[in-house]
Design a protein around this ligand. Sequence first.
Ligand code: SF4
Length: 310
Amino acid sequence: MNYFTSAKPYNSLNEYYKREYGKKVAKISLNAGFTCPNRDGKKGYGGCIFCSKDLSGDFAGDKNKSLKEQFDDIKEVILKKWPDTLFIPYFQAGSNTYAPIEYLKKIFNEAILFDPKVVGISIATRGDCINHDIAKMLGDINKKIHVQVELGLQSANEKTSDYINRKMTNQEFEIAVELLRKENIEVVCHIINGLPNETIDNMLDTIRYINKLDIQGVKIHSLLILKDTILADNYKKDKFPILDLEKYVEIVCKQISILRPDIIIHRLAADGNANDLILPLWTKKKMVVMNEIDKYLRKNNIYQGKEYKK
Ligand code: SF4
């Protein structure tokens, strides 16, 4: 199958949604007030060192409002810009399967009925917050409507995992992917480029690692140093090197070149909260980053999977 029907030489999310639904689809980020086992002591304290005070849900709705109110607020804004848009409620902040299963079942089943234009739900969580029962419950919803689960990996390098205090093994991640795929649920993996002590080879190895797994999508972005994070304190002390835009573009394009061609690319640049960003400042201009990636791909005749090896 040729995935590159658009202007992009990669399997882009927009094209994927157009293929699936024939229209633009917008994800609406929600904050259900979940915490995380890496915050409350079940797996660790303090969280992943880069995790923001909003538990990586910087653009999610206001958690003091109901999920439906959050959805409606954001939906109105989107409809003013794109009146003919379909929606995916996106459970973004915290670990969104870290709660009793009956509660999860209730809120996810409510979310798919928020609006007739809802075509699926997306749920961000950790691999160690997926078990057989949760996968099965999500599988039941997936029989009614498209369910996508986003799992944070960040790096396949276990030393890096220790440094960033991920408190989840690659094996736990792999088990979650297997459980979800048994239920035919689409799995999207998050990775970060530019983590301290990582070489370019480490970042490419993370792509090679996910190529071997039954995952359907990837979100790639650069490390963001945000205010009030452990990473910000570490940076103050250690001043580790930060990727500049040029290097980031080069690495991402190489990753696209070795990425399995069927994997959908959901993101290639970070979406941080500009008010909390310390570094790198170039990430504030997401369109510039995306344009530079496009230019580099074209100039060097790179397309997704060009150098993919099984
Ligand atoms: S797993 Fe996610 S929510 Fe939990 S600490 Fe890490 S980045 Fe934050």
